[in-house]
Design a protein around this ligand. Structure first.
Ligand code: 6PG
Length: 478
């Protein structure tokens, strides 16, 4: 039996689909899973692709089945399981081998693990994979962080299995260490914001306009033909149209309104905060999941307050629906601008030199936030190492100018109706704050100086100044 080109550990949903994808692209793969029963089931599931799969009973067998130098993908739950797997695998690894963590790792862990392998002759690769089960099977978007040499050795397989956008592989080397996992984390932060804003618009259509799930689904399906065309809008239309086989009701109407989260959205907010980069739409989306989990408390509070009196509106349903479409696009531009700003700041902080246009290009297909919109973002970054913010890129200034009034009307109307739009509101405030030449931080500076003598810059002068605060600490110091 000929040797495998690559190995894979962990035949859960993502691992098994990725292994099938690799086998289908003509690369012989050795696989191992902690429980042998899963490996057997996987080989059965592989059908004719089993010819390209070497099923192994032990890790030793797996390592022996791969042609050296051996690339091995670990697809195990992020966190301790990765460290445990590495601890077992490391003594079996030889010079030149490449250990690839393809899970949703926290990039700090990836940086630490990369350091642990420094000068060991064994390469460690942090590989962000997006696209869920379907993407893993037929072509995910792949974000790689590694030493360039390690990337070059796995590039062929990785690009073969990645999604293709007009024949271009949605996989790229983005930098060293945790660069790939960092970009995947921000992808998920943007995913949270995108999903939350879609849910808020759904809420307005359901509770503001009183539409049923099927009708709302039809609106999203129509929007998917226009500027909002994207995977998330497409699946929103699909899930809204689905019926619950038990009750015959729309499935969304029988699903409990408590959202789960595995942590990547939260990490993106933590990283944004640590970098001092505002990412308010993403923050709002993470917080909204937290609020959704307080179901019991929300039910209690709902009884304590009278429902908001519904204001009368002269706008027709068709006008409101058109406004919602533009509002969603405006919110989306602000949220993506935040995600890209966080990546730019992290790139400078960690010396990654993240290729921003490439990041946008490899998100055009395969991943959860894939959309035509990302092609426009790629164009905005193309040929530029850095732009201050997506919202000042000429193409986006034109779009945003056309759609922010609708976001304003939507958020205003929702507030009057008592309908929560945390991410849309945060995106609007971010936009308004970002384009306000004279803000209000002058007052913050005065307050800081008053109570703590923190000093401020005086317009048109150089150096730190203090205010004439009579009796204050800084006043005395002046
Ligand atoms: C992807 C997804 C994927 C997964 C999220 C879900 O890009 O394929 O982002 O990674 O769906 O981890 O995250 P939550 O459970 O936090 O929503």
């Amino acid at each position: 039996m000929s040797e495998a080109e690559i190995g894979l550990i962990g035949l859960g949903t993502m691992g098994s689909n990725l292994a099938l994808n690799i086998a289908e692209k003509g690369h012989r793969i050795a696989v191992w899973n902690r429980t042998g029963a899963r490996t057997k089931a996987f080989v059965k599931q592989a059908g004719p692709l089993a010819d390209n799969i070497v099923a192994c009973d032990t890790l030793e067998e797996l390592m022996g089945a791969i042609r050296p130098p051996r690339p091995v993908i670990m697809m195990v739950p992020a966190g301790d399981a990765v460290d445990e797997q590495i601890a077992v695998l490391r003594p079996m690894a030889a010079q030149g081998d490449i250990l690839i963590d393809a899970g949703n790792a926290n990039f700090h862990d990836t940086e630490r693990r990369t350091k642990d392998f420094e000068n060991s002759g064994i390469a460690f690769v942090g590989m962000g994979v997006s696209g869920g089960e379907e993407g893993a099977r037929h072509g995910p978007s792949i974000m790689v962080g590694a030493e360039k040499e390690a990337w070059q050795r796995i590039e062929k397989i990785v690009t073969d299995i990645a999604a293709k956008y007009e024949d271009e592989a949605c996989a790229a080397w983005l930098g060293t260490g945790g660069a790939g996992h960092f970009v995947k984390t921000i992808h998920n932060g943007i995913e949270y914001a995108d999903m939350q804003m879609i849910a808020e618009i759904y809420g307005i259509l359901r509770d503001g306009l009183g539409l049923g799930a099927a009708d709302i689904g039809a609106i999203f399906a129509r929007w998917n033909e226009g500027r909002l065309n994207s995977y998330l809008i497409e699946i929103t239309a699909t899930v809204l149209a689905a019926s619950d086989p038990d009750s015959g009701m729309p499935v969304v109407d029988v699903i409990l309104d408590k959202a789960g989260q595995k942590g990547t959205g939260r990490w993106s907010v933590i990283e944004a905060a640590m970098l001092g980069v505002p990412a308010t739409g993403i923050e709002a989306a993470v917080a909204a999941r937290g609020l959704s989990a307080l179901k019991k408390e929300r039910e209690g509070a709902a009884k304590l307050y009278a429902p908001t009196a519904q204001p009368s509106s002269a706008a027709s349903q068709a006008d409101i629906v058109a406004e919602l479409e533009s509002a969603l696009l405006a919110g989306k531009i602000a949220a993506y601008a935040q995600g890209f700003a966080v990546m730019q700041a992290a790139s400078a902080e960690h010396g990654w030199n993240l290729p921003m246009a490439t990041v946008a290009r490899i998100w055009r297909a395969g991943c959860i936030i894939r959309s035509q919109f990302l092609g426009e973002i790629a164009q905005a970054f193309e040929g530029r190492a850095k732009i201050a913010n997506l919202m000042v890129a000429p193409a986006f200034v034109d779009i945003m100018s056309a759609v922010h009034p609708a976001l304003r009307i939507t958020v205003g109307r929702a507030a009057l109706q008592g309908l929560p739009t945390p991410a849309l509101s945060a995106s609007l405030a971010y936009f308004d704050g970002y384009r306000q030449a004279r803000g209000t931080a002058n007052l913050i500076q005065a307050q800081r100086d008053f109570f703590g003598a923190h000093g401020f810059e005086k317009i048109g002068t150089k150096g730190e100044k203090h205010g004439p605060w009579a009796g204050s600490v800084s006043g005395k110091k002046k």
